[in-house]
Ligand binder design. Structure first.
Ligand SMILES: [Zn+2]
Length: 463
Protein backbone atom coordinates (compact mmCIF):
# COMPACT_ATOMS: atom_id res chain seq x y z
CA UNK A 1 0.00 0.00 0.00
CA UNK A 2 1.14 3.54 -0.73
CA UNK A 3 0.08 5.91 2.03
CA UNK A 4 -0.80 9.58 1.60
CA UNK A 5 1.70 10.50 4.30
CA UNK A 6 4.31 8.42 6.09
CA UNK A 7 5.99 9.63 9.28
CA UNK A 8 9.29 7.82 9.60
CA UNK A 9 11.18 6.83 12.75
CA UNK A 10 9.58 9.28 15.13
CA UNK A 11 9.53 8.76 18.87
CA UNK A 12 5.84 7.93 19.15
CA UNK A 13 4.26 8.94 22.45
CA UNK A 14 0.94 7.08 22.61
CA UNK A 15 -1.15 8.31 25.54
CA UNK A 16 -3.98 5.75 25.49
CA UNK A 17 -1.77 2.70 26.00
CA UNK A 18 1.04 4.80 27.52
CA UNK A 19 3.54 3.26 25.13
CA UNK A 20 6.61 5.14 23.98
CA UNK A 21 8.35 3.59 21.01
CA UNK A 22 10.20 4.37 17.79
CA UNK A 23 8.09 3.54 14.74
CA UNK A 24 6.54 4.58 11.47
CA UNK A 25 3.01 5.88 10.92
CA UNK A 26 1.03 5.42 7.68
CA UNK A 27 -1.80 7.90 7.00
CA UNK A 28 -4.49 7.34 4.39
CA UNK A 29 -7.76 9.21 3.76
CA UNK A 30 -7.51 11.29 6.91
CA UNK A 31 -6.98 8.31 9.20
CA UNK A 32 -4.04 6.57 10.77
CA UNK A 33 -3.99 3.30 8.87
CA UNK A 34 -0.94 1.60 10.31
CA UNK A 35 1.71 2.02 13.01
CA UNK A 36 4.64 -0.27 12.36
CA UNK A 37 8.38 -0.83 12.55
CA UNK A 38 8.34 -1.94 8.90
CA UNK A 39 9.44 0.47 6.18
CA UNK A 40 6.31 2.19 4.79
CA UNK A 41 5.85 3.82 1.40
CA UNK A 42 4.09 7.15 1.00
CA UNK A 43 3.45 9.98 -1.41
CA UNK A 44 4.84 12.31 1.24
CA UNK A 45 7.45 11.08 3.68
CA UNK A 46 8.28 13.02 6.82
CA UNK A 47 11.55 12.03 8.48
CA UNK A 48 10.91 12.39 12.19
CA UNK A 49 14.11 10.92 13.63
CA UNK A 50 14.74 12.20 17.20
CA UNK A 51 11.44 14.08 17.17
CA UNK A 52 8.35 13.41 19.27
CA UNK A 53 5.25 12.29 17.37
CA UNK A 54 2.10 12.53 19.47
CA UNK A 55 -1.63 13.14 19.02
CA UNK A 56 -2.43 16.73 18.10
CA UNK A 57 -3.23 18.78 21.17
CA UNK A 58 -6.87 18.90 22.23
CA UNK A 59 -7.52 22.32 23.77
CA UNK A 60 -10.49 21.81 26.05
CA UNK A 61 -10.70 25.43 27.20
CA UNK A 62 -10.79 27.81 24.28
CA UNK A 63 -12.69 30.86 23.09
CA UNK A 64 -11.96 30.44 19.40
CA UNK A 65 -14.71 31.27 16.94
CA UNK A 66 -15.00 32.52 13.33
CA UNK A 67 -11.83 34.66 13.18
CA UNK A 68 -9.01 32.75 11.56
CA UNK A 69 -6.17 34.81 13.03
CA UNK A 70 -6.38 33.36 16.57
CA UNK A 71 -7.22 29.91 15.13
CA UNK A 72 -3.90 29.86 13.31
CA UNK A 73 -2.08 30.81 16.50
CA UNK A 74 -3.60 27.65 17.96
CA UNK A 75 -2.49 25.57 14.96
CA UNK A 76 1.08 26.85 15.24
CA UNK A 77 1.31 25.66 18.83
CA UNK A 78 0.20 22.13 17.85
CA UNK A 79 -3.52 22.25 18.60
CA UNK A 80 -5.66 20.13 16.25
CA UNK A 81 -9.00 20.23 18.12
CA UNK A 82 -10.53 22.95 20.27
CA UNK A 83 -13.53 23.20 22.55
CA UNK A 84 -14.92 26.72 22.50
CA UNK A 85 -17.82 28.35 24.34
CA UNK A 86 -16.18 28.27 27.77
CA UNK A 87 -16.79 30.65 30.71
CA UNK A 88 -20.49 31.01 29.92
CA UNK A 89 -19.91 32.62 26.54
CA UNK A 90 -21.01 31.12 23.21
CA UNK A 91 -20.07 33.08 20.11
CA UNK A 92 -23.39 32.56 18.40
CA UNK A 93 -26.76 30.94 19.01
CA UNK A 94 -28.55 28.78 18.08
CA UNK A 95 -25.78 26.19 18.01
CA UNK A 96 -26.92 24.56 14.77
CA UNK A 97 -26.72 27.78 12.75
CA UNK A 98 -23.36 28.58 14.33
CA UNK A 99 -21.84 25.19 13.50
CA UNK A 100 -23.36 25.25 9.98
CA UNK A 101 -21.69 28.60 9.28
CA UNK A 102 -18.37 27.42 10.66
CA UNK A 103 -18.60 24.33 8.47
CA UNK A 104 -19.45 26.30 5.37
CA UNK A 105 -16.58 28.75 5.81
CA UNK A 106 -14.07 26.05 6.85
CA UNK A 107 -11.66 25.97 9.77
CA UNK A 108 -8.04 24.92 10.20
CA UNK A 109 -8.68 22.65 13.21
CA UNK A 110 -11.48 20.49 14.50
CA UNK A 111 -13.99 22.65 16.34
CA UNK A 112 -16.60 21.94 18.99
CA UNK A 113 -18.51 24.24 21.30
CA UNK A 114 -20.14 24.38 24.68
CA UNK A 115 -23.34 26.37 25.18
CA UNK A 116 -22.67 29.22 27.57
CA UNK A 117 -24.97 30.25 30.37
CA UNK A 118 -23.60 33.34 32.05
CA UNK A 119 -23.31 35.69 29.10
CA UNK A 120 -25.26 33.96 26.36
CA UNK A 121 -28.34 32.27 27.89
CA UNK A 122 -28.82 35.20 30.25
CA UNK A 123 -28.71 37.69 27.41
CA UNK A 124 -31.10 35.54 25.35
CA UNK A 125 -33.76 35.65 28.07
CA UNK A 126 -33.37 39.40 28.51
CA UNK A 127 -31.20 39.71 31.60
CA UNK A 128 -29.01 42.76 31.18
CA UNK A 129 -27.62 43.25 34.67
CA UNK A 130 -25.17 40.50 35.66
CA UNK A 131 -26.06 41.14 39.31
CA UNK A 132 -29.78 40.46 38.72
CA UNK A 133 -31.41 37.13 39.56
CA UNK A 134 -33.39 35.30 36.87
CA UNK A 135 -37.16 34.87 37.29
CA UNK A 136 -38.67 31.34 37.31
CA UNK A 137 -39.93 32.01 33.77
CA UNK A 138 -36.48 33.06 32.60
CA UNK A 139 -34.94 29.97 34.18
CA UNK A 140 -37.47 27.74 32.40
CA UNK A 141 -36.62 29.46 29.13
CA UNK A 142 -32.88 28.95 29.73
CA UNK A 143 -33.46 25.24 30.35
CA UNK A 144 -35.20 25.02 26.96
CA UNK A 145 -32.35 26.88 25.25
CA UNK A 146 -29.82 24.55 26.88
CA UNK A 147 -31.73 21.45 25.85
CA UNK A 148 -31.92 22.65 22.25
CA UNK A 149 -28.19 23.50 22.20
CA UNK A 150 -27.29 20.01 23.40
CA UNK A 151 -29.68 18.46 20.88
CA UNK A 152 -27.91 20.45 18.16
CA UNK A 153 -24.49 19.08 19.02
CA UNK A 154 -23.02 21.21 21.83
CA UNK A 155 -20.53 19.21 23.90
CA UNK A 156 -21.93 20.57 27.15
CA UNK A 157 -22.84 23.68 29.10
CA UNK A 158 -20.45 26.29 30.45
CA UNK A 159 -20.82 28.66 33.37
CA UNK A 160 -18.85 31.84 34.00
CA UNK A 161 -20.30 32.49 37.43
CA UNK A 162 -17.82 35.24 38.25
CA UNK A 163 -19.40 37.16 35.35
CA UNK A 164 -22.97 36.59 36.56
CA UNK A 165 -22.96 37.27 40.30
CA UNK A 166 -26.79 37.33 40.27
CA UNK A 167 -27.12 33.69 39.20
CA UNK A 168 -28.19 31.49 42.09
CA UNK A 169 -28.48 27.72 42.54
CA UNK A 170 -32.13 28.01 41.40
CA UNK A 171 -30.70 28.91 38.00
CA UNK A 172 -27.56 26.77 37.78
CA UNK A 173 -28.91 23.46 39.12
CA UNK A 174 -31.60 22.84 36.45
CA UNK A 175 -29.09 23.69 33.72
CA UNK A 176 -26.47 21.30 35.10
CA UNK A 177 -29.23 18.70 35.36
CA UNK A 178 -29.93 19.02 31.62
CA UNK A 179 -26.25 18.34 30.88
CA UNK A 180 -26.30 15.38 33.25
CA UNK A 181 -29.37 13.98 31.52
CA UNK A 182 -27.34 13.68 28.30
CA UNK A 183 -24.09 12.80 30.10
CA UNK A 184 -22.54 15.99 28.75
CA UNK A 185 -19.90 18.19 30.24
CA UNK A 186 -20.43 21.13 32.62
CA UNK A 187 -17.46 23.53 32.52
CA UNK A 188 -17.36 26.03 35.35
CA UNK A 189 -15.40 29.27 35.69
CA UNK A 190 -15.99 29.49 39.43
CA UNK A 191 -17.82 32.38 41.06
CA UNK A 192 -14.96 33.34 43.36
CA UNK A 193 -11.25 33.31 42.85
CA UNK A 194 -8.18 34.45 44.76
CA UNK A 195 -8.48 34.14 48.56
CA UNK A 196 -12.30 34.02 48.33
CA UNK A 197 -12.16 30.87 46.25
CA UNK A 198 -13.64 28.25 48.59
CA UNK A 199 -17.35 29.08 48.23
CA UNK A 200 -17.08 29.15 44.46
CA UNK A 201 -15.22 25.86 44.27
CA UNK A 202 -17.63 24.25 46.69
CA UNK A 203 -20.52 25.47 44.55
CA UNK A 204 -18.99 23.71 41.52
CA UNK A 205 -18.47 20.47 43.44
CA UNK A 206 -22.03 20.66 44.73
CA UNK A 207 -23.42 21.14 41.21
CA UNK A 208 -21.92 17.79 40.29
CA UNK A 209 -22.89 16.13 43.54
CA UNK A 210 -26.53 17.20 43.24
CA UNK A 211 -27.06 16.51 39.52
CA UNK A 212 -24.51 13.83 38.60
CA UNK A 213 -23.05 16.10 35.91
CA UNK A 214 -19.40 15.69 34.91
CA UNK A 215 -17.83 18.94 36.02
CA UNK A 216 -14.69 20.62 34.76
CA UNK A 217 -13.15 23.43 36.77
CA UNK A 218 -11.90 26.04 34.31
CA UNK A 219 -8.42 27.56 34.06
CA UNK A 220 -7.25 26.51 37.48
CA UNK A 221 -4.15 28.75 37.37
CA UNK A 222 -6.32 31.84 36.91
CA UNK A 223 -8.86 30.97 39.61
CA UNK A 224 -6.52 29.70 42.31
CA UNK A 225 -3.03 30.72 41.20
CA UNK A 226 -2.80 33.93 43.19
CA UNK A 227 -1.25 32.39 46.30
CA UNK A 228 0.52 29.07 46.84
CA UNK A 229 -1.75 28.50 49.81
CA UNK A 230 -4.84 28.95 47.64
CA UNK A 231 -3.58 26.46 45.05
CA UNK A 232 -2.85 23.94 47.80
CA UNK A 233 -6.23 24.41 49.48
CA UNK A 234 -8.15 24.24 46.19
CA UNK A 235 -6.38 21.02 45.21
CA UNK A 236 -7.16 19.62 48.62
CA UNK A 237 -10.88 20.29 48.11
CA UNK A 238 -10.83 18.76 44.63
CA UNK A 239 -8.86 15.71 45.82
CA UNK A 240 -11.42 15.20 48.54
CA UNK A 241 -14.34 15.48 46.11
CA UNK A 242 -12.68 12.92 43.83
CA UNK A 243 -12.17 10.58 46.78
CA UNK A 244 -15.93 10.83 47.22
CA UNK A 245 -16.27 9.70 43.55
CA UNK A 246 -17.57 13.04 42.33
CA UNK A 247 -16.64 13.25 38.61
CA UNK A 248 -14.44 16.35 38.46
CA UNK A 249 -11.54 17.27 36.19
CA UNK A 250 -9.71 20.60 35.81
CA UNK A 251 -8.07 22.48 33.02
CA UNK A 252 -5.23 24.96 33.32
CA UNK A 253 -2.60 26.97 31.53
CA UNK A 254 0.65 28.12 33.10
CA UNK A 255 0.61 31.90 32.78
CA UNK A 256 0.44 34.11 35.87
CA UNK A 257 -1.75 36.84 34.37
CA UNK A 258 -5.32 36.23 33.18
CA UNK A 259 -7.13 38.06 30.39
CA UNK A 260 -10.79 38.98 30.21
CA UNK A 261 -13.18 41.77 29.21
CA UNK A 262 -12.52 45.00 31.12
CA UNK A 263 -16.27 45.63 31.06
CA UNK A 264 -17.03 42.41 32.99
CA UNK A 265 -18.01 42.07 36.65
CA UNK A 266 -14.47 40.81 37.41
CA UNK A 267 -13.40 44.47 37.34
CA UNK A 268 -16.24 45.82 39.47
CA UNK A 269 -15.18 48.48 41.98
CA UNK A 270 -12.71 47.17 44.52
CA UNK A 271 -11.41 44.39 42.28
CA UNK A 272 -7.75 45.18 42.92
CA UNK A 273 -8.23 45.03 46.69
CA UNK A 274 -9.70 41.58 46.28
CA UNK A 275 -6.58 40.42 44.45
CA UNK A 276 -4.22 42.42 46.66
CA UNK A 277 -2.79 44.23 43.64
CA UNK A 278 -2.78 47.73 42.15
CA UNK A 279 -5.07 49.11 39.45
CA UNK A 280 -1.96 49.50 37.28
CA UNK A 281 -1.43 45.73 37.45
CA UNK A 282 -4.11 45.59 34.75
CA UNK A 283 -2.59 45.92 31.27
CA UNK A 284 -5.00 46.93 28.51
CA UNK A 285 -4.46 44.33 25.79
CA UNK A 286 -6.76 45.38 22.93
CA UNK A 287 -8.63 48.51 21.84
CA UNK A 288 -7.74 52.21 22.07
CA UNK A 289 -5.50 51.87 25.14
CA UNK A 290 -3.65 48.72 24.04
CA UNK A 291 -0.29 48.36 25.78
CA UNK A 292 -1.11 50.87 28.54
CA UNK A 293 -1.33 50.20 32.27
CA UNK A 294 -4.84 50.83 33.57
CA UNK A 295 -5.92 53.83 35.59
CA UNK A 296 -9.42 54.22 37.06
CA UNK A 297 -10.15 56.75 34.29
CA UNK A 298 -9.15 54.27 31.56
CA UNK A 299 -11.27 51.53 33.12
CA UNK A 300 -14.27 53.88 33.39
CA UNK A 301 -13.82 54.93 29.76
CA UNK A 302 -13.65 51.32 28.51
CA UNK A 303 -16.64 50.19 30.57
CA UNK A 304 -18.77 52.83 28.83
CA UNK A 305 -17.25 52.94 25.35
CA UNK A 306 -15.50 49.67 24.48
CA UNK A 307 -17.58 46.51 24.73
CA UNK A 308 -14.95 43.99 23.64
CA UNK A 309 -11.74 45.41 25.08
CA UNK A 310 -9.62 42.85 26.89
CA UNK A 311 -7.34 43.51 29.85
CA UNK A 312 -4.64 41.29 31.27
CA UNK A 313 -4.48 41.30 35.07
CA UNK A 314 -1.11 40.54 36.64
CA UNK A 315 -2.46 39.14 39.87
CA UNK A 316 -0.46 35.94 40.00
CA UNK A 317 2.73 35.44 41.95
CA UNK A 318 3.60 32.31 39.95
CA UNK A 319 3.27 29.93 42.85
CA UNK A 320 3.92 26.26 42.42
CA UNK A 321 1.57 25.69 39.50
CA UNK A 322 3.41 22.46 38.73
CA UNK A 323 1.68 21.15 41.85
CA UNK A 324 -1.69 21.74 40.16
CA UNK A 325 -0.62 20.52 36.73
CA UNK A 326 0.84 17.30 38.16
CA UNK A 327 -2.54 16.19 39.47
CA UNK A 328 -3.82 13.35 37.24
CA UNK A 329 -7.13 15.19 36.77
CA UNK A 330 -5.62 18.42 35.40
CA UNK A 331 -5.56 18.94 31.63
CA UNK A 332 -3.56 21.55 29.73
CA UNK A 333 -5.65 24.32 28.17
CA UNK A 334 -5.09 27.76 26.63
CA UNK A 335 -8.14 29.96 27.39
CA UNK A 336 -7.21 31.37 23.95
CA UNK A 337 -9.18 33.34 21.43
CA UNK A 338 -9.39 36.87 22.80
CA UNK A 339 -6.60 38.13 20.52
CA UNK A 340 -8.32 39.91 17.68
CA UNK A 341 -5.38 40.96 15.50
CA UNK A 342 -1.59 40.74 15.24
CA UNK A 343 0.21 42.37 18.14
CA UNK A 344 -2.82 42.14 20.45
CA UNK A 345 -4.01 39.70 23.08
CA UNK A 346 -2.41 37.30 25.53
CA UNK A 347 0.65 35.06 25.04
CA UNK A 348 -1.45 32.00 26.00
CA UNK A 349 -2.98 32.18 22.50
CA UNK A 350 0.36 31.40 20.87
CA UNK A 351 2.45 29.67 23.49
CA UNK A 352 0.62 27.54 26.08
CA UNK A 353 1.41 23.99 24.98
CA UNK A 354 5.05 24.65 23.95
CA UNK A 355 5.54 26.43 27.29
CA UNK A 356 4.35 23.34 29.18
CA UNK A 357 6.72 21.06 27.26
CA UNK A 358 9.58 23.52 27.68
CA UNK A 359 9.16 24.41 31.32
CA UNK A 360 7.41 21.53 33.05
CA UNK A 361 8.86 18.66 31.01
CA UNK A 362 12.32 19.73 29.84
CA UNK A 363 13.44 22.35 32.37
CA UNK A 364 11.72 21.38 35.63
CA UNK A 365 11.06 17.68 35.08
CA UNK A 366 7.75 18.22 36.89
CA UNK A 367 5.90 16.18 34.25
CA UNK A 368 7.18 13.26 32.21
CA UNK A 369 6.79 13.51 28.44
CA UNK A 370 4.07 10.86 28.64
CA UNK A 371 2.17 12.71 31.39
CA UNK A 372 2.27 15.96 29.45
CA UNK A 373 1.02 14.24 26.27
CA UNK A 374 -1.83 12.54 28.15
CA UNK A 375 -2.91 15.90 29.64
CA UNK A 376 -2.71 17.55 26.22
CA UNK A 377 -4.56 14.98 24.14
CA UNK A 378 -6.14 11.74 25.37
CA UNK A 379 -7.52 13.03 28.68
CA UNK A 380 -9.29 16.08 27.18
CA UNK A 381 -10.53 13.97 24.24
CA UNK A 382 -12.09 11.55 26.74
CA UNK A 383 -13.61 14.37 28.74
CA UNK A 384 -15.14 15.81 25.55
CA UNK A 385 -16.52 12.41 24.54
CA UNK A 386 -14.53 12.28 21.28
CA UNK A 387 -11.88 9.71 22.27
CA UNK A 388 -13.29 7.02 20.00
CA UNK A 389 -11.21 8.52 17.17
CA UNK A 390 -9.23 11.36 18.73
CA UNK A 391 -6.46 11.85 21.28
CA UNK A 392 -4.49 8.65 20.54
CA UNK A 393 -2.29 7.04 17.90
CA UNK A 394 -3.25 3.73 16.33
CA UNK A 395 -5.04 2.18 13.37
CA UNK A 396 -8.48 3.76 13.04
CA UNK A 397 -7.69 7.02 14.83
CA UNK A 398 -8.14 10.33 13.02
CA UNK A 399 -4.82 11.54 11.62
CA UNK A 400 -4.50 14.54 13.96
CA UNK A 401 -0.82 14.65 14.86
CA UNK A 402 1.93 16.96 16.01
CA UNK A 403 5.67 16.44 15.53
CA UNK A 404 7.97 18.51 17.72
CA UNK A 405 11.58 18.71 18.79
CA UNK A 406 11.69 17.98 22.54
CA UNK A 407 15.11 19.63 22.85
CA UNK A 408 14.06 23.01 21.42
CA UNK A 409 10.31 23.35 21.96
CA UNK A 410 9.58 26.67 23.67
CA UNK A 411 7.16 29.55 23.93
CA UNK A 412 8.33 32.90 22.52
CA UNK A 413 5.20 34.98 23.14
CA UNK A 414 5.01 37.60 25.88
CA UNK A 415 2.52 40.12 27.24
CA UNK A 416 1.51 43.24 25.36
CA UNK A 417 3.80 46.03 26.50
CA UNK A 418 6.54 43.54 27.38
CA UNK A 419 7.00 41.44 24.26
CA UNK A 420 5.15 40.09 21.25
CA UNK A 421 1.95 38.30 22.34
CA UNK A 422 1.61 36.36 19.09
CA UNK A 423 5.25 35.32 18.57
CA UNK A 424 5.35 31.81 17.13
CA UNK A 425 6.78 29.09 19.34
CA UNK A 426 9.97 27.20 18.51
CA UNK A 427 10.12 23.46 17.88
CA UNK A 428 6.65 22.65 16.45
CA UNK A 429 7.74 21.15 13.14
CA UNK A 430 4.65 19.47 11.71
CA UNK A 431 0.96 19.63 12.49
CA UNK A 432 -1.46 17.34 10.66
CA UNK A 433 -5.25 17.70 10.88
CA UNK A 434 -7.45 14.93 9.46
CA UNK A 435 -4.54 13.74 7.32
CA UNK A 436 -3.80 17.21 5.90
CA UNK A 437 -0.52 18.96 6.74
CA UNK A 438 -1.19 22.45 8.15
CA UNK A 439 2.31 23.12 9.50
CA UNK A 440 5.35 21.79 7.60
CA UNK A 441 8.98 22.36 8.58
CA UNK A 442 7.77 24.86 11.15
CA UNK A 443 5.74 26.95 8.69
CA UNK A 444 1.95 27.18 8.65
CA UNK A 445 0.21 26.47 5.35
CA UNK A 446 -2.63 28.94 5.73
CA UNK A 447 -4.56 28.08 2.57
CA UNK A 448 -5.76 24.77 4.01
CA UNK A 449 -8.83 24.43 6.24
CA UNK A 450 -9.09 20.68 6.96
CA UNK A 451 -10.77 20.92 10.38
CA UNK A 452 -14.11 19.25 11.01
CA UNK A 453 -16.98 20.72 12.95
CA UNK A 454 -17.81 18.26 15.72
CA UNK A 455 -21.45 17.82 16.66
CA UNK A 456 -21.98 15.50 19.54
CA UNK A 457 -24.75 12.95 19.20
CA UNK A 458 -27.27 12.71 21.97
CA UNK A 459 -28.27 9.87 24.13
CA UNK A 460 -30.22 10.22 27.31
CA UNK A 461 -28.06 8.88 30.09
CA UNK A 462 -28.82 5.51 31.63
CA UNK A 463 -26.83 2.81 33.42
ZN1 LIG B 1 -13.01 31.87 32.26
Amino acid sequence: MIFDIVINKGTIIEPKTEIQTVGNIGIKDGKIELVSREQLEGNTVIEAGNKVVCPGFVDIHSHLSFPLYPAWLSVKQGITTCLSGNCGLTSMMPVKGYLDQMEERGYPINFATLAGHSWTFREMVGIQDPHAAASPEQIAEMVKIAEQALEEGAIGISFGLEYAPGATAAETLPLAAVAAKYNKLVAIHTRKDSLDFANGLYEAIELSEKTGARVQISHLAYQFGVHSEVVAMALCMIDHAIERKIPILCDSGIYEAFATFVKSAVFDDGWHERYGCRISDLMISTGKYVGQRATQEIIDYIKINEEGTVGTAFVGVLPDLAMALKRPYTMISTDAGLSDKPGNGHPQDAGTFPRVFQRLVREQGALTMMEAVIKSSYLPAKQMGIAETKGWIGAGADADLVIFDPTTIRDNADYVGIGQPDAEPTGIEYVIVNGVTVVAEGKAIEDTLPGKILRQKNKVWSL
